[in-house]
Write a protein that binds this ligand. Structure first.
Ligand code: UDP
Length: 499
């Protein structure tokens, strides 16, 4: 590519707008931003996704499919400076890092991408008029200033989380408690939201990594200066929190989700992200076809899956005790050898043969979850997984681990009454798992699953609510729905700014 050569979109620009998407490189961040980018491009906004080579390979197929159907969307690549940042080759996503102690190196590499991204943006045609970037890539604020375009941040979570953080920063009630396990009420949150300091995300409950703590402060400052926030949620799910957050901050907020519903046919779902080419994804669907409706438990603790082996063993024994069929995704490098040993030597794999499938890699989650045989989703409450469970109409069994996942558990269990908690008590910071205690016993797992899968009036109510929220989610994203409307408003807003 010669420096002066323009990188033009192939499709004729039906709309004068050109949005640039810059996702942070972790599955829970890249996946929803690519989904969202596809939705904008279907509205005939020109879209460029900027990412690194190995990340691009994972969603090239889904983008190609969009281009074929007429969407003006493209991927542009910036090299990932792994060697300069001291990261092993091939690790361009957080979940592939051999150790969480490399997190600050990873952030360094992301920082080093600023200049190449600027150089890339200079070459784009039509000229970009808006940048939608993950909130963790803070230098996008400088890029947006340089190009004189609005910067919209993608937060990756929901308005409950945004509001709760806003209130805690202001009121600091979590600092008034005598110890980390004491409950307090978050003042000004709709509903009575009780939390413990030990359940709060790192910004209020920091781990030992000081660099990460400083970085979190920088993210917070950069967040406040953004033009607006785009949220992967929908108003029918958490309307009171959306309104209250807008009111107390004055921020522009657009809820445009659930963006995973951009994958509306089987091929879209299978192509959504290609992490594990060795898997024949249809085999899970075939296996699920052999079970009665709502009989199978799906268990996945996210893309990072940092639970310690002793904890995972309790989870496995709980699953076994239900005597129900299950799919258990056991990904992540943490404690892999110890787990493998247990699975084999304790005879777990042998005992559950036929009724339990272990996926020791990447699961095609959005393909599995909506299958009629799935009856419950044991989730770590990452926001993407939570929403994907909601969209599938499946009751959730909540097992939060870190970050803002205890907030998301509140949304599911208390606000929506769409799930049951296994009773995890506190955050285990990433990289500090080694000495963490086992928080959830096999009996807790079994009991929580039975509360949403068993026979009885209460159990049926969970399933009814799950179906109700699924229908609301689909309605929100369809033409005329609240999220569809919010996306139109965002586009209008940027058209107006562009003049
Ligand atoms: N995911 C998947 N297969 C896996 C693990 C994760 O498809 O084996 C996807 C999941 O569908 C979701 C994302 O990865 O879209 C994980 O994001 P989430 O916010 O739930 O959790 P995180 O991984 O960031 O903790």
């Amino acid at each position: 590519q010669k420096p002066t050569e323009k990188l033009a979109m192939d499709s004729a620009p039906l709309c004068p707008l050109h949005f640039v998407f810059i996702p942070f490189m972790a599955p829970g961040h890249v996946i929803p931003m690519v989904d969202m980018a596809k939705l904008f491009a279907r509205r005939k906004v020109n879209v460029t996704i900027v990412t690194t080579p190995l990340n691009s390979i994972q969603f090239q197929a889904t983008i190609d499919r969009e281009i074929k159907s007429g969407s003006p969307i493209q991927i542009q690549i910036v090299e990932f400076p792994f060697a300069e940042a001291g990261i092993p080759k091939g690790c361009e996503s957080i979940d592939t890092l051999p150790s969480m102690s490399l997190m600050s190196n990873f952030n360094k590499a992301v920082c080093m991408m600023q200049q190449p991204i600027e150089e890339l943006l200079e070459k784009l045609s039509p000229i970009p008029c808006c940048i939608i970037a993950d909130k963790h890539i803070i230098y996008v604020a400088d890029i947006a200033n340089k190009f004189n375009v609005p910067r919209i941040i993608f937060d990756g979570t929901n308005c409950f989380h945004l509001l709760c953080n806003h209130i805690l920063r202001k009121e600091r009630v979590h600092e008034d408690v005598s110890h980390h396990e004491e409950k307090f009420v978050v003042p000004g949150m709709p509903g009575r939201i009780e939390l413990k300091r030990s359940q709060l995300p790192g910004i209020f409950n920091p781990g030992k990594d000081m660099e990460l703590n400083v970085f979190r402060e920088q993210v917070k400052e950069s967040e406040a200066k953004a033009y607006g926030i785009v949220v992967n949620s929908f108003e029918e799910l958490e309307g009171e929190y959306v309104e209250e957050y807008k009111r107390v901050t004055g921020h522009k907020v657009w809820c445009v989700g659930p963006v995973s519903l951009s994958n509306n046919d089987e091929l879209d779902k299978a192509l959504r992200i290609q992490r594990d080419s060795s898997h024949d994804e249809s085999k899970y669907v075939k296996w699920l076809d052999s079970w009665p409706p709502r009989s199978v438990i799906y268990v996945c603790l996210g893309s990072l899956n940092r639970a310690i082996p002793k904890q995972l063993i309790e989870l496995g024994l709980g699953l076994e005790a239900t005597k129900r069929p299950f799919i258990w995704v056991l990904r992540g490098g943490y404690g892999r050898e110890e787990m493998e040993k247990w699975l084999l030597e304790d005879g777990f794999e042998e005992r559950v043969k036929g009724r339990g499938i272990l996926i020791k890699g990447w699961a095609p989650q959005v393909l599995i979850l909506p299958h009629k045989a799935i009856g419950a989703f044991v989730t770590h409450c990452g926001w993407n997984s939570t929403l994907e469970g909601i969209c599938a109409g499946v009751p959730l069994v909540t097992f939060p681990l870190f970050g803002e996942q205890f907030y998301n558990e509140k949304v599911v269990v208390q606000v929506m009454e769409n799930g049951v908690s296994v009773g995890a008590e506190s955050v285990v910071h990433l990289g500090e798992e080694d000495n963490s205690p086992v928080q959830v016993m096999k009996g807790n797992v079994k009991d929580a699953i039975e509360k949403v899968m068993g026979e009885g009036e209460e159990e049926e109510k969970f399933r009814e609510r799950a179906r109700k929220y699924r229908d609301m989610a689909w309605k929100a994203i369809e033409e005329g729905g609240s999220s569809y409307h919010n996306m139109s408003q965002l586009i209008e807003d940027i058209l107006h700014v562009k003049g």
